[in-house]
Structure formats: C-alpha cells, structure tokens
Design a protein around this ligand. Structure first.
Ligand code: GTP
Ligand code: MG
Length: 171
C-alpha cells in the first residue's frame, strides 16, 4: 500500500484531448487557473483525493513532445490517458500511442493501473465510452487494471468516479 499517502500519476493523451483542463478541475477552486493554454513539454500539478496527495505529471500531447512521456514511466504509480471522444479520426493515433506505452519495457514489467477518460462527452460528435473503448482496443490490455469513464473537463462530470477508481487501485 501507499504508506506515505502520495502517488505520482502520469497524465498522457493527444494534444487537445483535455488533460490540463481535467487536472485544473481536480484542483481546489482557489488554485484553479482561469485559462488553459496548450502545454509545452510538461507541467506538474498537485491535488488531493481523500487522504492521498497526487502529483500529476501533465504531459504535452503534441507530437514533438510525446517522446518525453517515457521518461516518467519508471516513477509513476498510475496513468491517466485522456481521449477526445469527438475526434474519431485521431483516435487511431491515440491508439498507436497507447500501444507503444503498454509495450514499453519500463511499463511492461509493472502492473500500473490505467484510467481512461473518454473526454468531451458534451460534444455533438462524441462517441460513447464503450465505443472509445473498442476503438482504442482496451480489451487487449491484459496485464494492467484499467477503467474508462466518460467525462466533461469543462464541468468536471465523470472525473471523480474515475479518480476514485484510480485511488482505490493505488491502495
Ligand atoms: P496539450 O497540452 O496540447 O497536450 O492539450 P490538453 O490535452 O492539455 O488539452 P487542454 O486541456 O488544453 O484542452 C484543449 C481544449 O479542449 C481547450 O479548449 C479546452 O477548453 C477543451 N476541452 C477540454 N475538455 C473539454 C470537454 O470535456 N468538453 C469540451 N467541449 N471541451 C473541452
Ligand atoms: Mg495540456
């Protein structure tokens, strides 16, 4: 279990999927940013989920920065993978990135829980979390516990269900 009540969580997914927006929602109201800009490189955010203090590594999803993700595989206890549910075209790219993540030697050796947010559920073009799950090939993930939640990063809908699942996995 987590004796020190702290966990490092790696937050990945394509650019524009809503990672920074989601993390901003999870912070206490008084520390929230007013506006969100595309992440350059990565940034570190802290928030609490019950008694657990989470340090989130909010990675940039832009192609040229994706090579940074693997530098954090070794030290993370959990992963949040954010998918834009309305971007069916780029979900193929997201699936490729997920495949490389799952197969990466640093992660292949550990049973790290992976939480998926099927984000932007509010958009007209958004597909269901079940559909995101099949388009992303999540059933093929064998050696890691995973969970998917439909979410709305703008309102916070669906976020706490996901974070609670992740927190439970980290105990
Ligand atoms: P990078 O830092 O470039 O990797 O992107 P990111 O994944 O951090 O995305 P970011 O949080 O910057 O959000 C991208 C855009 O999507 C912003 O305009 C957000 O306001 C918007 N957005 C985030 N979540 C949602 C959502 O659930 N619904 C809608 N409609 N828009 C959202
Ligand atoms: Mg960002």
């Amino acid at each position: 279990g987590l004796r020190n009540e702290e966990a490092n969580i790696l937050v990945v997914g394509l650019d524009n999927s809503g990672k920074t927006t989601i993390l901003n929602q999870l912070k206490s109201e008084d520390t929230r940013a007013m506006d969100i800009v595309p992440t350059i490189g990565f940034s570190v955010e802290k928030f609490k989920s019950k008694s657990l203090t989470i340090t989130a590594f909010d990675m940039s999803g832009q192609g040229r920065y994706r090579t940074l993700w693997e530098q954090y595989y070794r030290d993370c206890q959990g992963i949040i993978f954010v998918v834009d549910s309305s971007d069916k075209i780029r979900m193929v790219v997201a699936r490729d990135e997920l495949d490389s993540l799952i197969k990466h030697p640093e992660l292949a050796i550990k049973r790290v829980p992976v939480l998926f947010f099927a984000n932007k559920m509010d958009l007209r073009d958004a597909v269901s979390s079940v559909k995101v799950s099949s388009l992303m090939g999540l059933e093929d993930i064998r050696d890691k516990p995973w969970h998917i939640c439909a979410s709305n990063g703008l309102t916070g809908e669906g976020l706490h269900e996901g974070i609670e699942w992740l927190t439970e996995q980290l105990k």
